[in-house]
Design a protein around this ligand. Structure first.
Ligand SMILES: Cc1cc2nc3c(=O)[nH]c(=O)nc-3n(C[C@H](O)[C@H](O)[C@H](O)COP(=O)(O)O)c2cc1C
Length: 371
């Protein structure tokens, strides 16, 4: 099979992406306690760049300390972290990849143990599964502070030399919490009544994402690339659907999104099994915005699978867990050693040989299971 399509550069309006491969953002739980990238983390990102993954998206980086959701999460919330950010950007860029800093706020997933305060969220209700801490409903001032934090964080990313930023609007964190009817029960201009199950007053529910994007764009200028990561739908039929997401994107895109990154655990599956969801969400979004570059992700391990996605018109394929298992994915594809790509581990001893930070090895026990 011819895999050359994976390695074709893609000229976008503002940048050229070296090829069609993207490292998915993956939290490593390995930052320093002050929020800077650790040496192990930089090495881990650099190895994937050196291998030839054209675009490296960093792990989620909190824009304000009050949004920290993970142990040893990296931060981009203060100027004192600029050295760490610059070193990371420079290392990735020097290997010929483009670098995107993922900017994040955990919302109800933030943890008091890291933030020393109650989590902030649109409303004082736990996440859909009831597993989060009980957050405090954000005041207008809280909202404005977080919007400003996103903008300042983006400015730091630019100053540090990252090629672009990705706003983490997915995976049930703060940006998504404002859009979801499960976590946004506000009646003010940041929320608004749900008029039908899952069908919201879009204008209000999209306001937070819109204001974040507007503030970020104003801070970084017109020519700086911004990717937006979005979860296309919620599993529960009472949640938002792909068509709601498309409506949201229609509102957001004019404020300056350059790339849409459709977050998914399995590219080929819908979360919903009700009638509204019979088509692949990433394709639905691509079809709605044919002029927008799109990144697809989820369960793609082999180059054949990546090619299938590209052949359907999706411009980029992000690789996540497979890059934890393999730091030489590109080399193996280019050398015709596809069968040598490691897609699972067989023992705890083998886990210890993975080229990932030590703490990430520990955390990986939750999802890289020994079969
Ligand atoms: C250890 C781990 C950490 C993750 N951290 C992030 C993150 O920081 N930001 C994010 O948007 N997604 C995160 N994800 C989701 C991945 O980016 C990706 O969407 C998901 O793993 C599915 O792709 P895959 O099957 O190729 O791994 C994480 C996933 C894993 C396994």
């Amino acid at each position: 099979m011819d895999f050359s399509k994976l390695f074709e550069p893609a000229k976008l309006t503002k940048i050229t992406m070296p090829n069609r491969l993207v490292m998915a953002p993956m939290t490593t739980f390995s930052g320093e306690l002050n929020g800077s990238f650790s040496a192990q983390e930089i090495t881990y990102l650099a190895q994937r760049a050196e291998d030839g993954i054209g675009t490296i998206i960093t792990p989620a980086c909190y824009c304000h300390q009050n949004g920290q959701a993970f142990e040893r999460q990296i931060g981009c919330d203060k100027d004192s972290l600029l050295d760490s950010l610059s070193k990371t950007a420079e290392t990735i860029n020097n290997h010929g990849s483009v670098s995107f800093l993922q900017i994040h706020h955990g919302g109800n997933a933030s943890k008091e143990i890291y933030t020393q305060q109650k989590p902030l969220a649109p409303s004082a209700c736990k996440n859909r599964t009831g597993t989060s801490e009980l957050p405090k409903a954000m005041t207008e001032d809280d909202i404005l502070l977080v919007i400003e934090s996103f903008a300042k964080a983006a400015q730091r990313a630019k100053k540090a030399g990252f090629t672009g930023i990705e706003l983490h609007g997915a995976n049930t964190y703060l940006l998504q919490q404002f859009f979801s009817p499960f976590t946004n029960k506000r009646n003010d201009k940041w929320g608004g009544n749900v008029v039908l199950p899952g069908r919201n007053l879009l204008e209000n529910r999209s306001r937070f994402a819109r204001e974040v994007l507007k503030a970020v764009r104003a801070e970084v200028g017109e020519s700086y690339p911004i990717a937006y990561r979005i979860s296309p739908e919620e599993a529960d039929p009472l949640g938002y659907s792909v068509s709601d997401t498309i409506d949201l994107l229609k509102i957001l895109i004019p404020y300056g999104i350059d790339i849409i990154h459709v977050s998914s655990w399995d590219f080929h599956k819908n979360l919903r099994n009700d009638i509204s969801a019979k088509t692949n969400p990433t394709y639905m979004i691509k079809n709605a915005f044919p002029y927008m570059p799109v990144i697809g992700v989820g369960g793609i391990m082999k180059p054949q699978q990546a090619i299938e996605v590209l052949e359907q018109g999706i411009e980029f394929v992000a690789l996540g867990k497979i890059l934890m298992l393999e730091k030489d994915w590109v080399k193996k594809v280019q050398n015709g050693d596809i069968d040598l790509i490691r897609t699972k581990i067989n023992s705890e001893e083998e886990r210890q040989t993975l080229d990932i930070p030590d703490r990430m090895k520990e955390y990986s026990k939750k999802f890289l299971l020994i079969e």
